[in-house]
Design a protein around this ligand. Structure first.
Ligand code: HTL
Ligand code: MG
Length: 655
């Protein structure tokens, strides 16, 4: 008999007998493997958290209590147990559930999240709110060992240990971030082994464990000595030093045992950390054997799982360029905040371990470490996703740009990212970087131009951001660094159509992904010019002034929010120099864009091939008509009830 068929909320789990929990865990695991086979997703992390998930729902009620998952990528089990089982076959796809906990998706999801290290501070806030209202619920934060490397998590622990609200912190420790976890705290946790006396009690059975617990939980004076050993297994336990009660480590795949501890901890005052040792990918051979590959899986055949090859990616183009540049100049370094695989740095980390550092999930540290290196004459490249650079923003301004230090920001996943959705969209970086003095921003059209821009950035000095999208690209031919063509800084290039404004009825300014769309939209037309506007800062002011001055209507196209992007930069420049150009700005208009297929979303948001063609037709046919702008939809709305892209109604097809 299937237990899972009868479960759609925590209360259904709580009705089970404790002995049934292992069966539920087994069913849940099988279901997660099936779901990910169809859709891909964060398989290994979710598998490692299966027993924890069942135990949490057995002890806690996710409608009443607040279970705050960090990152939220390990919650496929949680989603299946809380009424979303049927919809899971479309997880991370258009209209399906998000890949992370999302409070607008379900009342069982305490937090909308996707970036790491936020759970502890958010849970602290919830516990404070609860206590202020004397409300009767529990707050449980679940944080991975990787997420615990983030400064925000550590700073929140510092406050929690000081304020001491009643809360449970589950440390889900699988010794892995996406790649192997790093850091001194991580090394310390490896030294914390399951206590021998605890293991003995465990092997004598749950009853013995209960006997051990009873006096411990009471904190009676008689039990104090024994208690100390259990709660403070190493005299220098840093969690204890930070003011937390510490329990563990315990086996994170013994569901009954986890439930047992959770039930007792919720009765205790103050904050308690329960340390679980888990295995990433648990229960699925391929994922256990290679949790890095199966961290984020593409779809697979569940009976014969083989990881899908990805082909040559923009990240690979960057990694290859970085290796070559480091061989060319031994002052070049690469810093990653925990994204070795995603940023294309596996080869680099092996080729140049002495110039490579993974700082953990600590983007702020990545940026300021680069500043320190630059201050001593080195040439650091910070390899970072657009969405995660948001975590190092003050550091970019304050630590790098004020003194115009030689730091290159190698920004990956710029633009819509697809399945990761709303939390991971790389559509803000130009807007937040553009106001920073001394900093250049560029985006290449291909892998050859990527190399040239990186080389130019290092030679030129000062802070430079080079950004590129997620996805595949044609590899650049292997050529010595000396022979990589130089790009004149701040120059745009005409890639199709008339080179003389006198012969053009419109000019499309595009870059990155949208350049391909622009070329397709313009097609065989001989009177429309397409420009690779590869520098957002500095703009190619000469080119702009020439075309606008000749009265050629302009279309700008960007895979980015309109506020503060290319269209904004162009419009501001033209206004400042007194040129009154006809201009349409295509891009994302004031909306959070959920998960989906990026190419489809670009079309729906009005900056795909169709949107560009329409804008050009409009400009060449009837001239500039404000009335052609469609009525905007609800601004800033995110996911509609069915999760379908709501921003379409606010589409920027014509502007
Ligand atoms: N930086 C920030 C601020 N947030 C995220 N989410 C990342 C980078 C990328 N990232 C993940 S999952 C993950 C990283 C680095 C590893 C988390 O390790 P943890 O969990 O030990 O916490 P585990 O996978 O179960 O071992 C995603 O973007 C999904
Ligand atoms: Mg981990």
């Amino acid at each position: 008999m299937s237990l899972l068929d009868h479960i759609s909320t925590s209360a259904d789990v709580a009705r089970l007998r404790r002995e049934q929990l292992p069966q539920l865990a087994a069913e849940l695991r099988a279901e997660i493997i099936d779901v990910c086979a169809e859709t891909g997703g964060h398989l290994a992390s979710s598998l490692g958290a299966v027993e924890l998930t069942v135990a949490l729902h057995y002890v806690h009620d996710s409608l009443r209590d607040r279970i705050v998952w960090d990152v939220g990528h390990q919650t496929y089990g949680h989603k299946i147990l809380t009424g979303r089982r049927n919809r899971m076959r479309r997880i991370r796809q258009r209209g399906g559930p998000a890949g992370f906990t999302t409070s607008s998706e379900s009342p069982h999801d305490a937090l909308t999240v996707g970036h790491a290290s936020t759970s502890l501070a958010a849970a602290l806030g919830m516990a404070l709110a609860r206590d202020a209202r004397a409300a009767p619920y529990d707050v449980v934060a679940v944080i991975g060992d990787g997420a615990l490397t983030g400064g925000m998590a550590l700073a929140a622990l510092n406050t929690i240990g000081h304020v001491k609200p009643r809360m449970t912190i589950v440390l889900n420790d699988n010794e892995m971030s996406i790649s192997e976890n790093v850091g001194a705290l991580n090394e310390f946790m490896r030294r914390l082994q399951v206590q021998p006396w605890l293991r003995r009690a465990e092997s004598r059975g749950k009853a013995a464990l209960r006997d051990v617990w009873a006096p411990l939980a009471e904190f009676g004076s008689r039990a104090k000595k024994a208690t100390r050993r259990f709660f403070d297994p190493a005299s220098n336990n840093p969690f204890h030093a930070m003011g937390l009660r510490y329990v563990g480590p315990i086996d994170g795949h013994d569901v009954e045992q986890i439930a047992f501890y959770l039930a007792h901890i919720r009765e205790l005052d103050g904050p308690t950390m329960l340390h679980l040792l888990t295995r990433k990918g648990k229960g699925y051979d391929v994922a256990e054997a290679d949790p890095i590959t199966w961290h984020g899986a593409s779809r697979y055949d569940a009976s014969n799982p083989v990881a899908a090859g990805k082909g040559y990616q923009w990240s690979d183009a960057f990694g290859d360029a970085a290796v070559a540049l480091t061989e060319h100049d031994d002052r070049v370094w690469v810093i990653t905040p925990a994204m070795r695989e995603g940023s294309g740095l596996v080869r680099y980390s092996k080729a140049h371990p002495e110039r490579y550092i993974d700082v953990g999930i600590a983007e702020d540290v990545a940026v300021t470490t680069a500043a320190g290196l630059a201050l001593r004459g080195e040439k650091p490249i910070v390899a970072i996703y657009s969405t995660f650079l948001q975590r190092g923003y003050d550091q970019v301004i304050h630590d790098v740009a004020l003194e115009s230090l030689d730091v290159v920001f190698a920004i990956d996943r710029a633009g819509l990212v697809g399945a990761d959705g709303m939390t991971h969209q790389g559509v803000f970086d130009m807007a937040y970087l553009r106001p920073i003095p001394n900093l250049s921003i560029a985006m290449p059209k291909d892998a050859v131009e990527l190399r040239s821009l990186l080389k130019g950035a290092l030679e030129r000095g000062g802070p430079v951001a080079v950004r590129w999208p997620r996805g595949s690209v044609v590899a650049a031919p292997e050529v010595a660094v000396e022979a990589w063509p130089a790009v004149r800084w701040g120059s745009w290039e005409v890639v199709a159509g008339p080179g003389d404004p006198a012969d053009a009825v419109a000019v499309v300014l595009a870059f990155g992904v949208t350049l391909g769309y622009a070329l397709a939209a313009v097609g065989a037309a001989t009177d429309v010019t397409v420009v690779n506007a590869r520098f957002l800062k500095p703009l190619d002011e000469d080119l702009l002034a020439r075309w606008a001055g000749a009265g050629v209507p302009i279309v700008t196209v960007e895979d980015h929010v309109l506020a503060g992007g290319l269209g904004a930069a162009v419009t501001e420049f033209l206004a400042d120099v007194g040129l009154d150009a006809r201009i349409r700005r295509l891009g994302i208009d004031d909306a959070h864009v959920p998960h989906g297929d990026p190419a489809q979303q670009h079309e729906e948001l009005g900056y795909g091939v169709r949107g560009i063609a329409d804008a050009v037709a409009e400009l060449r046919g009837r001239g500039w008509q404000r009335s052609a702008v469609p009525a905007p939809g609800p601004a800033g709305r995110a996911v509609a009830d069915d999760g379908v892209l709501d921003a379409v109604s606010a589409s920027s097809a014509l502007r």
